[in-house]
Design a protein around this ligand. Structure first.
Ligand code: CA2
Length: 144
């Protein structure tokens, strides 16, 4: 099973600032967690991080017919991007949304997610382990 993990703007800065909100773990720790999960679960996991909305849309479109499941943390684009929502709908690939922090316990503007309107599940407030949980959900439901 091929899973693509997409991260939006500033996620590459994890661990640099705001450890009280996002934890102390770094983006490199996230990449290591993805590698370890791929090995343990027998999955092909690729990842893509971009600070650019259009690049994320392009990556989702390129996944059509090639990827079996998407795990996406759209970061700030969560709360603004109809374009990412439409791209997910266009490719029709099963997707799970992840948020490192508990967005429900934060500012009201973080409580609306456009990509989340397509995703079949949202994992929030679990730190980096949320990515692992999202991958396991896709494996259990769609893995062959
Ligand atoms: O909790 C999440 O995973 C978020 O998607 C993170 C986004 C935020 O805009 C969403 O509301 C919730 C922000 C990612 C920014 O990451 C930083 C990393 C280091 C220092 C500061 C921010």
């Amino acid at each position: 099973m091929k899973i693509l993990v997409i991260n939006g703007p500033n996620i590459n800065m994890l661990g640099v600032r705001e450890p009280d909100i996002y934890g102390k773990q770094t983006f490199a720790d996230l990449l290591a967690l993805l590698d370890e999960t791929a090995r343990k679960e027998g999955l092909e996991i690729s990842q893509f991080q971009s600070n650019h909305e259009g690049a994320i849309v392009d990556k989702i479109q390129e996944s059509y017919g090639k990827i079996d499941g998407i795990v996406i943390n759209p970061a700030a684009y969560t709360h603004t991007s109809v374009a990412i929502l439409d791209a997910l709908k266009a490719v029709g690939i099963p997707a799970v949304e992840v948020h490192i922090s508990d967005v429900d316990a934060r500012e009201p503007f973080r409580q609306l997610s456009y990509p989340g309107m397509y995703c079949e599940k949202t994992v929030k407030g679990q730190g980096l382990d949320g990515y692992r949980q999202a991958i396991l959900y896709l494996k259990e439901k769609y893995g062959k």
